[in-house]
Design a protein around this ligand. Structure first.
Ligand code: NAP
Length: 483
């Protein structure tokens, strides 16, 4: 099977923060891989912008180093790397000052796609938007890409939306949630809406519960100061996990079209019930395994920021009334694993006398470490001795099922940047979606801040705090193992 690469239009992509960590680790290596795949055609150019003074040659050198670090050697043919680097330029610009903008204007071509990636601190988004307009650089069709975090509560997200809207129309604004760029996440829509098999069962009548897990083995390490103002709820649940939940729970959109998809996701967020305090468990990792605790990495020795959260969430609509969604995410856990598990209900009646081996059907959609799907089904245990049941997985590991051509699927950032160039907003969050997600999140965070709730300590290398297990046990259910 041959992977199809559809070249995108010629573009000028400006990366504000082009020398930063995200640009070096994800954006520039991702663009290189798209170049290698033949998707970046013609004389498309990438323009790095940051305050540091340097010329094109110095910028190219920093990017060459980044490629060496983040792109496997087998993909770094010297001639291809040279060709890619020759498309890079650099302009020294301070988002808060007026210098450098006329040089950028002189570089930009009005007759190609113009995209501006804001890979800088969110506090600078407004300055960049203002200056791109006041210097007459961004045209009517220009696109801006904004990184997370998009606000830290409803008020700040609203303020940011208002600021950006003063200079750009919604159709020009691409709010990145890189989870939406993952192959499996998009496959969730293909599985649901391109097969007749699942959709008739996709409701509370047949689905007992849904689990969404995003588990990390790493701690906060060098990001302690940033993370302390965020926590698992703001950093993971309000955006990534919320997006996964929306894709599982949404009604079929009338078309795979940006606003049709986003309208349906928005309806899910608006149908989320407030969460009762007893349905939330917050945790903070302790020291162990030769590594420091969360507090050792925080600048605040009495920090109450959670590095783990588990919660039970209800969606109040016809489809989902009675089917809880259990969400959990945390750092320094036993394994790095992200998955969605949809557990179906028992058949209404068992015809088998000995149903000991019976287990629920579970559809598991894995996002990390390897992307794929498993459907757990019941079969007869092989051999004589009567009818005994056993559960087996129908396994579809994409790398195995699709062959070598697809063994390395594009990274989420690569796919999303190409979507920006194509002008396709389907996999980007709309302003009203982000605000609705904060409107649901704010009272939850406000509640524990008002009560002074402290997160529970948990040992690193485990599956999280004890109380998180109880959250499921008391409903007669259990979390899937994190492996
Ligand atoms: P970073 O490593 O601190 O880099 C910041 C970049 O912005 C540098 O290139 C810096 O260069 C430039 N910059 C800083 N102040 C500037 C100014 N006043 N005008 C113009 N450029 C300025 O940050 P990062 O980790 O790459 O993160 C960038 C954005 O992505 C942030 O919004 C972050 O929340 C988001 N994000 C990052 C990650 C990640 O893995 N790193 C993941 C998700 C989201 P100079 O100092 O030379 O100006």
């Amino acid at each position: 099977m041959v992977s199809r690469v559809i070249p995108v239009e010629v573009f000028d992509l400006v990366i504000f923060g082009g020398t930063g960590d995200l640009a070096r680790r994800k954006i520039l290596p991702g663009l290189y891989r798209r170049f290698l795949a033949g998707q970046m055609t013609g004389d498309s150019r990438i323009i790095g912008a940051a305050r540091a003074e340097m010329d094109d040659a110095a910028f190219r050198k920093t990017v060459a180093e980044a490629l060496e670090e983040f792109v496997p050697e087998k993909h770094r043919d010297p001639a291809t790397v040279r060709d890619f680097l020759s498309r890079l330029h650099y302009v020294a610009i301070d988002a808060k000052g007026e210098g450098g903008w006329s040089a950028l204007k002189a570089l930009m071509r009005p007759d190609v796609v113009q995209a501006f990636y804001f890979s800088v601190a969110p506090a600078l988004f407004g300055d960049l938007a203002l200056r791109l307009k006041s210097h007459g650089i961004a045209g009517e069709e220009a696109r801006i890409v904004v990184e997370k975090p998009f606000g830290r509560d409803l008020a700040t997200a609203r303020a940011l939306n208002t600021t950006l809207a003063q200079h750009f129309e919604e159709r020009q604004i691409y709010r990145i949630d890189h989870y939406l760029g993952k192959e499996t996440v998009q496959n969730l829509m293909a599985v649901r809406f391109a097969n007749i098999l699942f959709e008739p069962l996709w409701k509370s009548e047949y689905i007992d519960h849904v689990q969404i897990t995003v588990a990390e083995t790493v701690g906060v390490e060098g990001r302690g100061a940033y993370y302390d103002k965020s926590g698992a709820m703001r950093d993971m649940v309000q955006n990534h996990i919320m997006q996964l939940l929306c894709l599982i729970a949404m009604e079929p959109p009338y078309h795979f079209d940006p606003d049709a998809v986003r309208d349906e996701k928005l309806k899910v967020i608006r149908a989320l019930d407030p969460v009762a305090p007893e349905d939330i468990v917050r945790g903070q990792y302790l020291a162990g395994g030769g590594q420091g605790s969360y507090l050792d990495h925080s600048e605040n020795p009495t920090s109450r920021t959670e590095s783990y959260i588990a919660m039970k969430v209800h969606i109040s609509n016809w489809r989902w009334k009675g089917t809880p969604f259990y969400l959990r995410t945390g750092k320094r856990l036993r394994a790095r694993a992200s998955e969605i598990a949809i557990t179906f209900r028992e058949p209404p009646h068992s015809i088998f006398d000995d149903a000991k081996g019976w287990r629920e059907n579970v559809l598991v959609i894995r996002l990390q470490p390897d992307e794929g799907m498993n459907l757990m089904v019941m079969i007869k245990e092989p051999g004589p001795g009567g009818m005994r049941l056993m559960q087996v997985p129908l396994d579809m590991t994409f790398a195995d099922a699709l062959g070598a051509e697809h063994a390395e699927t594009p990274d989420a950032y690569e796919r999303l940047i190409m979507d920006v160039i194509r002008g396709n907003q389907t996999l980007f969050m709309r302003g009203d979606e982000v605000e609705a997600a904060w409107a649901w999140t704010d009272p939850i965070i406000g509640g524990w801040e008002a009560r002074g709730d402290k997160p529970q300590g948990y040992d690193p290398g485990t599956s999280g705090p004890e109380d998180a297990l109880m959250l499921m046990h008391r409903d007669g259910r259990r979390w899937r193992d994190i492996r």
